[in-house]
Each structure stands twice: as structure tokens, then as C-alpha cells.
Design a protein around this ligand. Sequence first.
Ligand SMILES: *Cc1c(COP(=O)(O)O)cnc(C)c1O
Length: 820
Amino acid sequence: MAGVIKKLDKETLKQEIINNLKTLYRKDVSEATLQMVYQAVAYAVKEDVIDNWIATQKAYDKAGAKKVYYLSMEFLVGRALGNTMLALKEEDVIREAVEELGFDLTEIEDEERDPALGNGGLGRLAACFLDSLSTLNYPAYGCGIRYHYGMFRQKIENGYQKEIPDDWLKNGYPFEIKRDEYACEVKFGGYVATRMENGNPHFYQKNYQSVRAVPYDLPIVGYGNHIVNTLRIWDAEAITSFRLDSFDRGDYQRAVEEQNLARTISEVLYPNDNHYSGKELRLKQQYFFISASLQTAIKKFLQSHDNIRELPNYVVFQMNDTHPTVAVPELMRILMDEQGLGWEEAWAITSKACAYTNHTIMTEALEKWPIELFSRLLPRIYQIVEEINRRFLLEIEHKFPGDQARKDRMAIIHDGQVRMAFMACAASFSINGVAKIHTEILEKQTLRDFYELSPEKFNNKTNGITQRRFLLHANPLLADWITERIGDKWITDLSEVKKLGVYVDDKKSRQEYMNIKYKNKVRLANYILEHNGIVVDPRSIFDVQVKRLHEYKRQLMNILHVMYLYNKIKDNPDMPFYPHTFIFGAKAAAGYHRAKLTIKLINAVADVINNDASINGKIKVVFIEDYCVSSAEIIFAAADVSEQISTASKEASGTSNMKFMLNGAPTLGTMDGANIEIVKEVGEENAFIFGMSAEEVIQLEQNGGYNPMHIFNADQEIRRVLMQLINGFYSPDDPERFRDIYNSLLTGSNGDRPDVYFILKDFRAYAEAHERVDKAYADEENWAKMCMRNTAAAGPFSSDRTIEEYVRDIWHLKKVEVKL
Ligand SMILES: *Cc1c(COP(=O)(O)O)cnc(C)c1O
């Protein structure tokens, strides 16, 4: 079928599904389970994907096009079937075929397990970027790890989070293809030996352990353009088992160790978001997928080029945070030890091929590996890092002679540790932050010395989200409504949505728009009833905070405010109060005790309030179990209010703020991350902004914080809420349960200052902002306008815009057309 793409017709499709059921499971349709039908449909869709995939790779080879390798420990891609059907424009015919076979397409889609190969925003960003790269016709590879267990599944038991292993591969993942022929070897440990070759020392590793890196390819399907890029995730296998038969005890021992190494390396994703844990296995994972990805990239490059010096003209490596920064010394190793280049030449290539994205200014998230661990695990790589550091310090000396303090501040190896962010900065030709304010803070504070050394490297790329998943797929009612009015160009050019502006002043349009919101709220209410057993009123205000649980994101401030409102309503049963449903969704890192206790607190408050008949359901609190990409899709479409309340300066960008905005939920938030740009686009009057500015927070931190006791003593309502944390009000069986939270706010604990995240300091401003929301919501007509203006102003927050900026300023890729 070379060159022709068949448009799927319904009857062929039905036959294919029936055949797939037969060959995969030896079942006919009447006996098949939903899971089996899902697999059968997925395989039918995959056939079309593969035709496009092959055509894309041919077109790239023919064009000799430059490629970006997006290196990331995480890709939170979400379900593939729905997205793929939309991208191939096959959803309708597949729905009909599936229905005629007696099934419901939504139910079939729900059978797919989310490949949850990421924690939160950083991994989801990587997934949105791949979607945009494909849709915009840019050659790209995602490079990551095929964790056997992704982000844990969250169960709430007795109000506590319980982590359940995410066995996402159990039924087989139909969209992946194992590419054994591209397997390669990755070496750990041992020592570095030297031999002379042509009068030069040649370094090589001896007595190492190695694993076999085996790639699995996932298709990333562009929207309606036949482009299919590749997300290549690496799995580890033992290199051979033959050594197990060896009579040599040393070999036998090593073989067993290698088996174990292979078993553990790609086993599980570390569930820490924005937090460095310093685990040896984590560094192994990093080097494992980086070495495999780079070896393969270089090999592929050399198949069509004979001069390795040309590499930066055809390949760029984008490092998503510091996690992949061993790419720098690994590329140096390949260029010197395998390609025979000298240091200067290798460095000239490396520093033109590597670019770095910073994702956080929080010190606890910065990776610093102990020298002992780093050099033991990666002896040759460590030698190279030492030399990078030595030369880097000379460069600083050259520009700032005699400034020893500066050298100490900037050294890559310092105080017994390898500072990964500094290595990334020293080696990269581009250093970018992910929102305007974040990049400014990097330049002025966090990476100031690096900015002074090389200001030209710094640039901003405000994050974005893909409208294909978060509007077209997640909110079909609104998507159709928009298309009816402005056509469907917005699907690949989100700036089009500003044309919706003219409908803001049309009463009928407003009614239709809000009616869609209502239907989406009913959908979410049904989901909540089914998953939580809680009845919520879709006419209440859906006030939503969904994101990883982290102190800086201040879910605690949100629930304290709910407690405060509840007290008010109890005291004044007749006060006017529009019913609210406060919706939370969040996973806490498994070892993050205070975060887990905050989940318990939210559920404890929910228990008391939801069961208090005396308040007539004026407040409901819902904690949605297992927040993940597929539940997110249902939640954003149904939100009235978007809670984006991080302590200013702490949230580098945020992306859920953009998903809410696109789906027409005004932001209730601080001037942090991309909130600032959102407010600028939509206008302050269409958002609810409160609290300290980033500058004020940083000032106060530099002054050693503040004393929350003054607030506790002066503000009776706040005092009462805090006392309810320790008087058993929400925890009669154990009044001490929430003592740690109380202490963290008032006295500090574990050597921390009290209220590190300024919750009490911002509380009154937050409560006042809520009052503004309630008042605005009461004006139905104006509220509808605000919501519509948010959708209409969301154009700049498409990841398509972000990717075009990366291409223009950093990657310099050219679009490739695929004709079938
Ligand atoms: C968008 C998204 C995030 C990021 O949310 P923030 O509020 O920006 O932290 C995390 N998890 C999932 C599942 C998402 O879709």
C-alpha cells in the first residue's frame, strides 16, 4: 500500500476490530471484554499511525533536516487513543464502528491506562511540547525512560493517601514498538584505564558493569498533517545471561550484579516533584537514558554525515531541567573517547549542541551529587566534569581576575559535590526560564553570576499547553461551539480564539457558553459521585485546585480558608452565601509527611462539613482521588474558579493555570509564574489577584522571615481556625493529629522558620479575593463575560506558541512536509 493512505471506512474498520479480537484473544465480539475491545481498536488505529510514521521518517531523511532531541526524565503523555483518533480525524468513523459492534467509545477509551511516566507539570510540559512539535511539522525525538511503574496510583483510605503501584504495562501497551535492533550498552563503575594510540592517551573503562538499553518507540501524532514523531523510552535488560554459566567466580558475581542493575534501573519513577533526593539509583537512571540516547543520536548522525564537527548544525539537545545534564560530559566522552577529537574541538561541538531549561529556583530541588557517589558510578564522566570545571574556573578568572569569591560561588565542583545546574549553565549555549518573572529571578538572583558571565545565553520561553488535548479532546462541547463561530483554525493556531471576543456582548452566546459549562459540571458531578460517593450540586461554584501537593502551592491556605468560611456560616446561618464546592486533587510524594498530612486534613474537613446538615449544603469539599491527566481533562472543563495561589516567586510558571483559562475559568491567584502573563492578557478585571508580590516575598526572606504570632494574636478568626487544628475539632479521635501543621505555621519546625510560605501573611488578602469572586459570580451576565474573555485571551498560552519561540531562538529547525 505504498504511497496511498486509505481513508478508514466503517465496514473495513469493524472487520479489523473483529479480526484483532480473534488474533489477539481468540474471542468473538460477543465474548470480548471492554479491555479487549480497547486493545483491538487501538491496534486498528495503530496501523494508520504506522503508515504515517514511516512516511515521516522518510521525509526527514530526505530533507536532511535538523532535529531536536528533547531529553527528559519525565513524559506525562496521558491516554493515546482519543488523541490519536482526533489527530487522524478518524473519531467519528471509529465511534460509529464501535457502536455498531455494540460498545460505547467513551467506555472503550476509559479502558486505557494513562502512561504516567511523570510527576506533574514538568512531565506534562514535555508531552505538550512533543504534541506541538509534531503538529507544527518539526523533526523531534523525545528521549526518556520506560519506567515499568509510573507515577503511583492514589487511593484515599480513611482520609489518608495510599500509594498503589502503577502497573501500566500489565495488559500490554498497544501503541509502543520495541526496537531491539537499536539496543546499546551503557557502562557503570569500574575504573578508567589509559593506553597510547597514535601518540595520544586513550581513555577507556575497565571492570565495569553494563546494561543493555533497549528502546521502545511511542508515536507522537501531529494534528491532521501526517507527521508522526517518536518518543523513545529506554528499558534496561541484562546484557547477556551467558556469564551465569561461567565457572569463573568473579564473572559469576558480576553477572548477578548486572542482572540486578538491569532489573532495578528502569523499574520505577521517583515520585518527587520539585525535590532532589540524592538517590544512587536516580543518578543511574539519568546516565542510563542519556548515554543510550546520545550514543544513538551520534550513530544516526554519522550514517548521513562524515564530519562529526557538523553535529550542531543538525542536532540540538534540549535538557529539561538538570536531570539530563550528564548529557554534557557524556557527549564530551563520545566525541573524545569514541570519535577521537581533542578537548577543544569536542567542547566547541558540545557547547553548541546543548541547551538548558531551568524549572525552579527552589534550593531543595537543585541536584548536587556527592563526588564520592558520582565518581564511583561514572568514573570517566567524573574525570571529564573535573576538566570542565578546571577550564570553567579559568574562564571566570579571565573575565573577573582575582575574584575568588565568585569562583567559589560558581564552581561546578564545590564542597564535595557536583552542582548539576552550574554544569548545565557552563556548557549550554542557551539557558531559559519558563515564564517572564521566573527568567528575571534567574538573571537577577539565582543564576546572577552566570548571567554576568554570559548574558547572551539567557532567554525566556513562557510555558504553554496543547489546545488539542485540553480543549478539543477534553471539552468537546466547547470545542464544537467555538468551531461553529470562528471555524476550526484555532486547533492549530490558538491565536484565532481572540475572534470569540465579539460574542462576549451577545446575550444568546453567553447563555450557550454558560450552558456548556453547566453540562461539563454535571459530567464532573457524575464523576465525583461515581468515584467519591459524594453528591455535589452542579449549580454551586466549582472552585478548583488541582496540582501536586506541595507546601509552596499552598493547598493548606485553601483548606484553612474553607475552615474559616465554615465558622462564619455556623455563626451566621442567615448570612447570604452562594453554595460552593471546593474541589481538590493532588498527589503527595510518598515520603513528604507534611504534604500527606495536608491531604488528611482536607479529607477531615470534608468529612465534617459535608456531613453537617445544618448548613444546607452551602459548602461541599471534595478530594478527587488519583489526580492524573485523564481525570484532569474532565476537571478543567468543569471549573468555575482556578486556584493558583503559590507563594509569589515559587511557581516557575504553572501550566494548569493555562488549562483552566482556556476552558473559561477565571484565575484566583497570586502574581506568580505565568499568572502574571495571564492577567496581562485577560485584564486585571477578569481575574482575582491577591497577596504579596515576588519582590516582597524575596525581601522578607532576606530579612529572615516574619513573626506570624502577631497575626495569630491580633486576628481572632485566624486564631480560631488555627486552634481547630489542635483542639480535635476535625480530629476528635486524635486531637494532636494536625499539630505538625499548626507548628509549621506558628513556631516553625525541623529548624525551619515559622510559616515559610507566608500563608498567614497572605490569608486576609486571600479571603478578601474570595469575596470579590463571590460578588462577581452573583452578577450572572458579567460572570459569563469574564469566563468568555478568559477563553478568548488564551491564545498566547498554546504550547504551539512556545515551540515556535524555541525554534526561532534556540533550535533553528525547519518545517518538513509529509505527503502521502
Ligand atoms: C497540567 C498538569 C499539572 C501541572 O499543574 P500545575 O498547577 O501547573 O502545577 C500537573 N499534573 C497534571 C496531570 C496536569 O495535567
